[in-house]
Design a protein around this ligand. Sequence first.
Ligand code: GLY
Length: 376
Amino acid sequence: MPPEDRLGPIVEFIERKTLKNVCSIGSKFPFLSAGGAYQASSPSAWTAGFWPGLLWLIHQQTGDPLCRETAEACELQQDEVLQQFVELDHDMGFIWTLTSLASYKLTGNSESRRRALAAASHLAGRFNLKAGIIRAQNDRTDIPGGNIGITIMDCLMNLPLLYWASAATDDPRFRHIAEAHTDSALERLVRPDGSTAHVARFDPWSGQFLEVRGGQGYGADSAWSRGAAWAIYGLALGYSYTGRPDYLEGARRVADFFLAQLPASRIPGWDFRLPDPAGQPWDSSAAAIAAGGLIELAVHVPGAEGLAYQQAAADILQALYEICGTQRDDGEQGLLLHATGNYPAGKQVDVPLIYGDYFFAEAVLRLAGRPFLRFW
Ligand code: GLY
């Protein structure tokens, strides 16, 4: 059966539940679902773009005016965060790509364009020239050595905002930063076997590389599954903007590792290298993000190998629907069960998470050939 037909019921489920949720959630910033209901985060949280992004995806399908109005109301609430800017961190791309940039691409709103450019400028301002990295996070005193010189794998997904800003302003500065950061991430966070580390620390003054850390993964040498998923999607997008073969090779190396590690269920555990993986929580969000990355990869890899990435994405999405989907539970707002945000910190374990829902919807709609504009 072609993917368009196989995915039809999944599209229907995503639309039905999101159109119901928009009436009850409104312009809050849902993050994690507990007891069936999404709890809200602040407009500055790294996850604050995913709900409006999901609403823009559904608005494209249905034309539903409430989805558009609610996404726009979320965007307006983030203005204070952008103006104050001290709470902003490296995840500005996650937020403003799915709010302002999505809005600008779909509606041509010039205020949204201005916000997206402001976010891109703040993001570019976090670049450490000596280390060649966009600094992750803000000041913390609870980790040895502090975190001024750290960068993390997730940040690759923030870079499309910089590539867009360069194109929008006809000024390559933003793109130079995106490429320099990607080069460092490829060198320090992607291992020769395609597994990935989460955190790299550099001396912020000399730029010297110091160490990798486990971060949200099990340890410095482990393989956090969502980190691998960010790498697949982030590097594939990097290739789409630059045409650089090393980015494509890196994306494929991580994708091949990810697919080789997946269990028969196609739903990964939260880390691929756990000493005792039996009974450990899954991370459905890692599977959803990886599916998005595999679909992007399939666009750039010709022939049978590209088709194999697309088929792998289709298999993952079908498994997510069958094993983690909440289509039979009208009392649950989340689309997908069994995501894990930060197991080492004991946070967000085995719950629906809004970014899992967003990337699931994005990948399903794209693969199903529905109206789809890539926001990244
Ligand atoms: N901060 C991104 C993540 O938790 O995956």
